[in-house]
Design a protein around this ligand. Structure first.
Ligand SMILES: Cc1cc2nc3c(=O)[nH]c(=O)nc-3n(C[C@H](O)[C@H](O)[C@H](O)COP(=O)(O)OP(=O)(O)OC[C@H]3O[C@@H](n4cnc5c(N)ncnc54)[C@H](O)[C@@H]3O)c2cc1C
Length: 483
């Protein structure tokens, strides 16, 4: 089949009739439902973009000879890594980095786990084959995936088997000759309502012990498999009006809670079954975290460019760009952008081949970036908020401007140094949707948490950093002083 078009992606969702729930009701057709149809359009545009820019977005499948999406590419050279990244950034430009879980994010995970799959074979050789086959299946059918890593937030001081109701979290119920039965709840599936399949993988921040083996699973399952429900949080695409809600009306990905009611997973789709040791090493030993970080940093650059553009447009609109602290704030965003670009450059140009023939970007550069950006991101949107001041709330709607009685008043009172009232308010509504609307607030929260808890990521970063050379240098210096 190869790379899909937007129409094919939508038809797939229509046909699948995935059991999605929103606002207390079962959704009949996500492609026409007001909560999801706009973001589905944005996803469809991404799939179409593959065909509009085939040189950049497609390559020839090594197995079928079909043209498949570049974001599925298994990189075997630095040139491949760069091609892959250029496709990731082309897609990111279509949403200016607002869609964190666009398909390229999990395409990176599936590719890495599929190609670097020895770890899965530790328990059973067929699990490694399953990972490889699943990569090829996703690539050849250009599927969109969501994933659920975390257990419900019941009591974080206890392991899953110690919880007051140990059956809440997704767990293994039974191993059968044809597959496994799983039951329970998993969080938090961004794009759960608008994707084809769900990958269940372990979160590796809190290492599981053997008593948590029944909760230590990795598998992939179609979103319409019997027994699955995707229950959406309140959707924040409030009004089908792109002027009033420039971002929420296009890129509201949604997040779902996933319920598995005794769901059957065939063995061909199982990668880890009841094995906490393998789960704990799943992202690091397959290098999935490396390739996912490459996608994350590439996308973060596009998003930072957009934030810089918004900040500069606001400065110019209300004539504040000559003030010292305003320039300083613009400088902060510019330096963030250049720093992220440098991390990416180092990651790609120091890439090394591994034993599987995969070209892996330099993880030291990516790990620093993925630890730093979640902490810095809220300060970028805070800059926009501070620059806008009252402008962030003085934002009437398009309907207000269209009203004969009040429209002319708004046009006059809300004009700016270089824009008429209507255009100025549209710019400020964009700033609001980026930073302060429900959509904008989630963006802040997403950037902080989506790759895991930054505090625990920071602890791991500290623990894994090779500290000895630095301590030794100081020891040597002190010894020298004594001579
Ligand atoms: C908008 C959004 C989208 C997301 N999308 C996805 C997705 O698509 N798929 C997916 O699987 N996940 C997704 N996540 C979940 C994300 O991976 C988690 O939020 C993240 O890993 C943190 O885990 P948690 O939310 O369970 O926090 P918790 O582990 O419950 O932590 C809550 C608080 O307690 C502290 N804490 C808890 N335990 C410890 C400890 N042992 N040591 C120190 N401090 C601790 C944390 O620092 C934090 O402040 C998403 C999250 C958000 C906010």
């Amino acid at each position: 089949m190869g790379a899909r078009t937007g129409k094919e992606y939508k038809e797939g969702l229509k046909k699948a009739k995935n059991p999605v729930w929103a606002n207390g009701e079962k959704v009949e057709d996500v492609t026409t439902h007001p909560a999801f149809k706009n973001v589905i359009d944005s996803m469809a545009k991404m799939y179409d973009l593959q065909h509009e820019k085939p040189e950049k977005m497609l390559y020839t499948s090594p197995t079928t000879g079909d043209k498949v999406g570049m974001t599925h590419l298994h990189p075997t050279s630095i040139e491949d890594l760069i091609k892959r990244r250029e496709a990731i950034q082309e897609w990111a430009l279509s949403h200016n980095g607002m869609m964190g879980r666009a398909p390229d994010y999990l395409n990176a995970e599936v590719m890495a786990m599929g190609m670097n799959n020895d770890l899965f074979a530790e328990a059973d050789p067929r699990f490694a084959k399953n990972a490889r086959d699943y990569y090829e299946y996703v690539r050849e059918n250009d599927l969109s995936l969501t994933h659920t890593l975390i257990h419900p937030q019941v009591n974080r001081a206890k392991a899953q088997h110690e919880q007051k109701d140990a059956s809440v979290s997704l767990h293994l119920v039974e191993e059968r000759s044809d597959g496994i039965i799983v039951d329970g709840i998993r969080l938090l599936a961004t794009q759960g309502a608008i994707t084809d399949e769900t990958m269940v993988f372990p979160s590796t921040f809190k290492k599981s012990g053997e008593l948590d083996d029944p909760y230590s699973l990795a598998f992939a399952i179609p979103n319409n498999a019997p027994g699955i429900k995707h229950i959406s949080r309140e959707p924040w695409d409030y009004k089908d009006n792109k002027w009033d809600y420039p971002l929420s009306s296009r890129f509201e990905e949604g997040d779902t809670i996933v319920h598995f009611d005794n769901v059957f997973v065939p063995w061909e789709r199982v990668f880890i079954c009841g094995n906490s040791s393998i789960c704990n090493r799943a992202f690091s030993e397959t290098n999935a975290v490396v390739h996912m970080s490459h996608q994350v940093v590439s996308k973060a650059i596009i998003k930072t460019e957009f934030i810089l553009g918004v900040a500069l447009s606001i400065m110019e609109a209300i004539g504040i760009d000559q003030f010292q602290h305003v320039k300083d704030k613009g400088r902060d965003i510019m330096i963030t952008l250049e720093t992220m670009r440098s991390h990416l450059y180092r990651a790609e140009h120091n890439a090394k081949l591994d034993k599987y023939g995969t070209m892996n970007p330099d993880y030291a550069a990516l790990d620093a970036a993925r630890n730093w950006f979640p902490r810095i991101y809220p300060s970028l949107t805070e800059i926009i908020r501070v620059l806008c001041a009252s402008g962030l709330t003085g934002i009437p709607t398009e309907a207000d401007f269209a009203n004969e009685e009040i429209g002319p008043i708004l046009e006059r009172g809300l004009q700016s140094a270089n824009l008429n009232g209507y255009d100025r308010v549209q710019l400020f509504r964009l700033a609001w949707d980026l930073t302060a609307s429900a959509f904008g607030s989630r963006q802040n929260h997403y950037e902080y948490y989506f790759f895991g808890d930054p505090v625990r990521m920071g602890m791991t970063y500290f623990d894994n950093f090779d500290k000895e050379p630095y301590k030794q240098r100081v020891t040597d210096f002190l010894i020298e002083l004594k001579k």
